[in-house]
Design a protein around this ligand. Sequence first.
Ligand code: HEC
Length: 121
Amino acid sequence: MRLGNARKAIGNVQTGPLGPVFFIAMLGTLLLPPPAAAQTIEEKAQLCAACHGENGIPQEKTTPVIWGQYQGYLYLELRDYKSGARKNAIMAGMAQGLTEKDIENISEYFYVQPGNLASRY
Ligand code: HEC
């Protein structure tokens, strides 16, 4: 909630008979830190940047480009690293931390990044 809205809300609730109660409840929601939010796909993808590059250019020549890669390919490779069908110690470790849904989302995330690996239309 933006501060302006919060002030407005506090202003409104103070007028009712239960105003002070709501006021204290409101203060609580303003002062308590938000519950630890689940990691977003962007946050998860930040881990990948350490090797696959901040801007799609991998740090090492032996690390493949994944920005702009076909979504289906990324999905299958990540799934295979996770199951062990494709063996690589580094990527096996990375894929273990991803759920099936993460793998879907992260594949889409890298597919839509600028890059020229996948040909479009
Ligand atoms: C510590 C370095 C490192 C990190 C971090 C890392 N990777 Fe990798 N990744 C590699 C290397 C090295 C390979 C090549 C492995 C091989 O030969 O199979 C690779 C391969 C891949 C491949 C297969 C690409 C291809 O062309 O076959 C995909 C997909 C991939 N990584 C996705 C990811 C994603 C998504 C993340 C983040 C969740 C990630 N990687 C994090 C180093 C890393």
